[in-house]
Ligand binder design. Sequence first.
Ligand code: OAD
Length: 258
Amino acid sequence: MSAFVVEYARMSDNLIQRIERIGQQLAKATRIACLTGAGISAESGVATFRDANGLWNGFRIEEVATPEAFTQDPQRVWSFYAARRQALLAARPNPGHHALARMKQLCPEFTLITQNVDGLHQQAGSHDLICLHGDIWIDRCNACGWQRRAQQVVETVPTCPACSRHVRPGVVWFGEILPQDALERAIQKCCSAQIMLVVGTSSLVHPAASLATWARQAGAALIEINLEPTPLTDIADESLQGSASNILSALVDSWPQT
Ligand code: OAD
């Protein structure tokens, strides 16, 4: 965590005032839900998907992130995820991940939901988070259900010790359904939240992106944190533009009890 510096000096006075006001609002709430996307891990050096240097600018989704791609060329798909695992070995949680773990301690009912598969929220101490898109460190066999937590990065697609079929990473691919229990819990928590935070996601991938809309329709105040506007910005009550780690740290710092 010491490698990261929270840059309050770069924030405008207007942004600091808004953060302080929202911090007070958050401190009064008893039920907060938060959805995160790749942007929260960007400052840990993890590539996002749709930004200028994002993964989907260098790879075609249909070649590396669909069940059909895995059937057609398991090694190509495995290599894509092995490279991502390798990159993650050097990644550490940043102040944004830590601020959300702290919010969990401050709010009576704080539910963290992530689209990320990188494990950085867990490393920051958010253990009971809802993972909508799986976990990249799980090795799984689709044929028989065998699975284990990967201990190291393996370059060659492994075979299942139980049934000899190819093992895949435990992420949700395009065209697959999300884990039912995770999605149901996320919907329930978002639709009963008083405030919903949406952090570092382009809000383009559904159903995750719909959670914020459903929360808003159910009466939650919607607060977005992102470097740039997204399709959600127009319906958000507050759109805080800037770095997720800076803004989340400042929000926790402005919590009256801290
Ligand atoms: P995207 O790459 O689509 O969006 C990342 C968002 O983070 C963008 O809106 C950026 O503006 C924002 N961002 C980048 N750096 C930031 C920072 N330091 N602070 C704040 N915001 C920042 O990633 P996701 O929305 O997470 O799914 O993508 C959603 C899903 O699409 C992923 O879970 C993955 C992907 O395909 C699957 O693989 C199934």
